[in-house]
Write a protein that binds this ligand. Structure first.
Ligand code: NAD
Ligand code: UFG
Length: 339
């Protein structure tokens, strides 16, 4: 059984990926500092997969502790690196926190990869690297544009750091550029649990429906889109998790075309904010209290993925519809709130 390190494995995407890795026969060791997650997530993972992942509470910004970890675990064959800070607005207010957490952690891990001959590395990137697309759907040949936030910039710089490292070492890496992950595991054992007021659309919707928030604000209905609201590509988190498994298998099987590859991971379908709200109301039979407000600074108008490269080269395709995704988000919210 190959042992895989999953950093940030107790977080939203990481926890779902741990389950899919275990289902595919990998042994998982998680590193997380619990800055945006809790220990209960391990129980959720274990209930679903019937396997308790190994866990080390560790802050990846601590270079010495990172090194000690790799001395303890000498049989790691691959790393999936989720651990990062991810709130766009917070990154504008506190850029150094973002550069420190998202870049130092990556650098320390890559140094350990070199030292310990761990040559398979998957990185959580984002469609934010494309900025406002010139044409849609967007494919991987589109240029990376100047980031609109320090958070987005860390993803761009991270891809460059990995590319440069792959050029001079045996490291092979895949960056997965996620579109908008939503939804929760069908068991409702794990899901997204944002701290404080949610910044993202779907958790805000489910918390409004659950009565935690008074009203959803829709940020703008005067964009040049069919109904005036912004368009995104919402992908079920379990579909996204499965993409990591096939990417890992590609690395372990030496199937990559180049040492550093990147893939769009989305559904290929764009949905507007108003369409998401309508779908949510329809599949959950919940009436949402919402109002249209001003545009939110920094939002791109419309972005959705061309998934051909991931479909053809990774052999991966998203399977779940947006309705299924929204229903799973709602079922998770209900479970968490005891509704
Ligand atoms: P999350 O916050 O739920 O998970 C991240 C996990 O990493 C948390 O459990 C946190 O405690 C841990 N962590 C953070 N800093 C750490 C450190 N220094 N040491 C150890 N652990 C640390 O986030 P997520 O939504 O699961 O995102 C995972 C990755 O995917 C991130 O890199 C994020 O930037 C990227 N991403 C997320 C989205 C999204 O919309 N959720 C979109 C694109 C890319
Ligand atoms: N929106 C609202 N009301 C809200 C929240 C969001 O109308 O309360 C709108 C936004 O204006 C946007 C859309 O819903 O048009 C989606 O917004 P999210 O905040 O859910 O997602 P973003 O596309 O802005 O960004 C997310 C993550 C980023 C990540 C990106 C791509 O926050 O970290 O997806 O993966 F990089």
């Amino acid at each position: 059984m190959s042992k895989i390190l999953v950093t940030g494995g107790l977080g939203y995407i990481g926890s779902h990926t741990v389950v899919e890795l275990q289902n595919a026969g990998f042994e998982v060791v998680i590193i997380d500092n619990l800055s945006n997650s809790s220990m209960e997530v391990i129980d959720g993972i274990t209930t679903i997969s019937k396997q308790k992942p190994l866990f080390e509470k560790l802050d990846l910004r601590n270079k010495i502790e990172v090194s000690t970890f790799f001395q303890k675990y000498q049989d790691i064959e691959g790393i999936i690196h989720f651990a990062a800070s991810k709130a766009v607005g917070e990154s504008v207010d506190n850029p150094l926190l973002y550069y420190e957490n998202n870049l130092n952690t990556l650098i320390y891990l890559l140094q350990e990869c070199n030292k310990n001959e761990i040559n398979n590395f998957i990185f959580s990137s984002s469609c934010t690297v494309y900025g406002e697309p010139d044409s849609l759907p967007i494919n991987e040949t589109a240029p990376v544009k100047k980031a609109t936030s320090p958070y987005g910039n860390t993803k761009q710089i991270s891809e460059e750091i990995i590319f440069d490292t792959c050029s001079v070492s045996n490291l092979k890496s895949i960056a997965l550029r996620y579109f908008n992950p939503i939804g929760a595991h069908e068991s409702t054992e794990i899901g997204e649990l944002p701290l404080g007021v949610p910044q993202n659309l779907v958790p805000f919707i489910t918390q409004t429906a659950a009565g935690l928030r008074e009203q959803l604000s829709i940020f703008g209905n005067d964009y040049p889109t069919p109904d005036g609201s912004c368009v995104r590509d919402y992908i079920h988190v379990v579909d996204l998790a499965k993409a990591h498994v096939v990417a890992l298998q590609r690395l372990l099987g030496n199937k990559g075309v180049t040492n550093f590859e990147f893939f769009n991971i989305g559904t290929g379908t764009g949905s507007s904010v108003l369409e998401v709200v309508n779908s949510f109301e329809k599949v959950t039979q919940q009436k949402l209290n919402y109002k249209i407000v001003d545009r939110r600074a920094g939002d791109v108008i419309s972005v959705y993925a061309d998934t051909k490269k991931a479909n053809e080269e990774l052999g991966w395709k998203s399977e779940k519809s947006i309705e299924e995704s929204l229903l799973s988000s709602w079922n998770w919210e209900k479970k968490v709130r005891g509704l």
